[in-house]
Every structure is written in C-alpha cells, then in structure tokens.
Design a protein around this ligand. Structure first.
Ligand code: SF4
Ligand code: ZN
Length: 142
C-alpha cells in the first residue's frame, strides 16, 4: 500500500473497479480505474484522493487531490478543477520566481503552463484561483 495513505481511489467504492466495495480485496483488474462519482480517470489511482472516500456519499466533497512533492513526507495537493497537477517539472516558480528542478506544473487553459517550486507555492496559486473553496486534505503542509 502506498505510504501516501490507504484512502485512495484504488480502494474506493466509487472506483468502478471496486463495484461499490471499499477496500475491495478483489478489484476487477480488467477494468480501467474510473471514478463513477466525479467522472475522472485518475492516472495513478493509488496516489489520488478525495473526501468522498470517507463520506461515501454522492454529494461532492471538495476537490480531488494527488500526492504532491515529497517534502519530508507525503503531501496532498488539490487538482485545479478537472486538471491534474504534474510532477517532475523544472523552470521558474510562478510565485517566488526562483529557478527549480523537480517541481510542479499545471497546464492552464488560457496560456502557458504555470510552474511551482514547492507544494506550498502551488497551493498559494490554487487558493487564488479557487476563492471560497476549501482543501482540508492539504493542510498538513501549510
Ligand atoms: S476521486 Fe474520490 S470518490 Fe472518486 S474514486 Fe477517487 S477517492 Fe473515490
Ligand atoms: Zn516558489
């Protein structure tokens, strides 16, 4: 089990591989991971998370998260809506303007990808683009 947490899409009953069974010991390996609640295909289902794993209710609870940069531990960073942040980016940080390797990038619809040196600086950007939204699973690195 990944150390990013056991409450991931791979063990979620809303993943169609699990047919409504949380922590299904026998997921259908012939089926691609797909969240029937949110309509997304998590690329790494064991490293993708959301609060609905815990609520088990169909009312959407907050954003989807992925395991972000390993910074002294595993941290969860929210998706930008339906857009999944990407790791292993290099460039100049959108927030602090410092050059970096092994950071985060996010494809933006309106223009060039935005790049970030750290989970925290990505999250600062996310908060400005999602006013009024909460991301409680990210609070560990704040
Ligand atoms: S996104 Fe949330 S509800 Fe969907 S499969 Fe993953 S943990 Fe479950
Ligand atoms: Zn930065």
């Amino acid at each position: 089990m990944p150390n990013g947490g056991p409450d991931n899409c791979g063990t979620c009953g809303f993943n169609r591989r699990n047919r409504g069974i949380w922590r299904n010991p026998q997921p259908d390996e012939t089926v691609t991971a797909y969240c029937e609640l949110r309509g997304i295909h998590p690329t790494g289902d064991h490293w993708t998370y959301c609060e609905n794993w815990h609520t088990r209710m169909r009312k959407i609870a907050g954003p989807v998260y992925k395991s972000g940069l390993y910074e002294g531990g595993y941290h969860r960073i929210p998706w930008h809506g339906d857009v999944e942040p990407e790791l292993n980016a290099s460039g100049t940080c959108h927030e602090c303007r410092q050059p970096f390797d092994d950071g985060i990038s996010i494809p933006t619809v309106e223009g060039a990808p935005a790049e970030f040196c750290s989970n925290r600086h990505y999250f600062q950007w996310w908060q400005r683009h999602h006013p009024g939204e909460e991301a409680p699973m990210s609070h560990g690195f704040l």
